[in-house]
Design a binder for this molecule. Structure first.
Ligand SMILES: Cc1cc2nc3c(=O)[nH]c(=O)nc-3n(C[C@H](O)[C@H](O)[C@H](O)COP(=O)(O)O)c2cc1C
Length: 177
């Protein structure tokens, strides 16, 4: 299976990355191929809301989102990876999801698999309520088949994350696909 990872943390050596690397190792060991995009490094502008695309057609913005569109439409699964920012996903990831607008039906028709990898400083049991609900709503709307979530509570620094149960959970999620 071809898997695209949309990595939304600006910290390439941070906690989100630890989950992404573990997931990738597990998935590759199970024979899947991974294409990872570090979104913070890419020139991708926010949707202007012009709807020139008619929700399925050429976008007026000519930037690196073209690479993501091509990879997503060629893939079987999307992994959304993000640190928790103010109880939601990072802006870097949200911008790319908003840009799905111009190929919305193409994504929906594919019935892709999906997963969520995320980390946060807080460890309260409600830490991920809003993000989890947003992700599940995207799954429903975009007709994804959810393969699972790794919700890394108490993962405020790379060291905290490395010493938690979540890297192994990410590996197992990738490996059982
Ligand atoms: C702008 C910003 C907003 C954050 N918002 C939250 C939050 O709402 N809840 C929380 O528990 N942690 C929050 N954090 C902490 C990060 O989610 C946490 O440190 C995470 O491990 C960072 O992941 P990274 O190493 O991949 O960047 C925030 C951090 C930043 C920089």
């Amino acid at each position: 299976m071809k898997i695209v990872i949309l990595q939304g943390s600006p910290n390439k050596k941070g906690s989100t990355n630890i989950l992404v690397e573990n997931f990738s190792q597990g998935a590759e060991a199970a024979g899947h191929s991974i294409r990872r995009f570090d979104l913070a490094d890419m020139d991708i502008r926010p949707c202007t809301g012009c709807v020139s695309c008619g929700y399925e057609g050429p976008c007026i913005l000519h930037d690196e989102n073209q690479k993501i569109k091509k990879a997503v439409l060629d893939a079987d699964m999307i992994v959304f990876a993000t640190p928790l920012y103010y109880y939601g996903m990072s802006a870097q990831l949200k911008i790319v999801i908003d840009r799905f607008c111009s190929y919305n039906s193409s994504i929906t028709r594919k019935h892709m698999k999906s997963a969520l990898l995320t980390v946060a400083w807080n460890s309260d049991n409600w830490t991920f309520d809003a993000l989890e609900s947003h992700y599940q709503t995207l799954v429903r709307y975009l007709d994804f088949q959810d393969q699972g979530m790794v919700l890394g509570r108490g993962c405020g620094t790379p060291s905290m994350t490395r010493h938690s149960q979540y890297p192994e959970m990410a590996y197992k999620l990738g490996n059982r696909l």
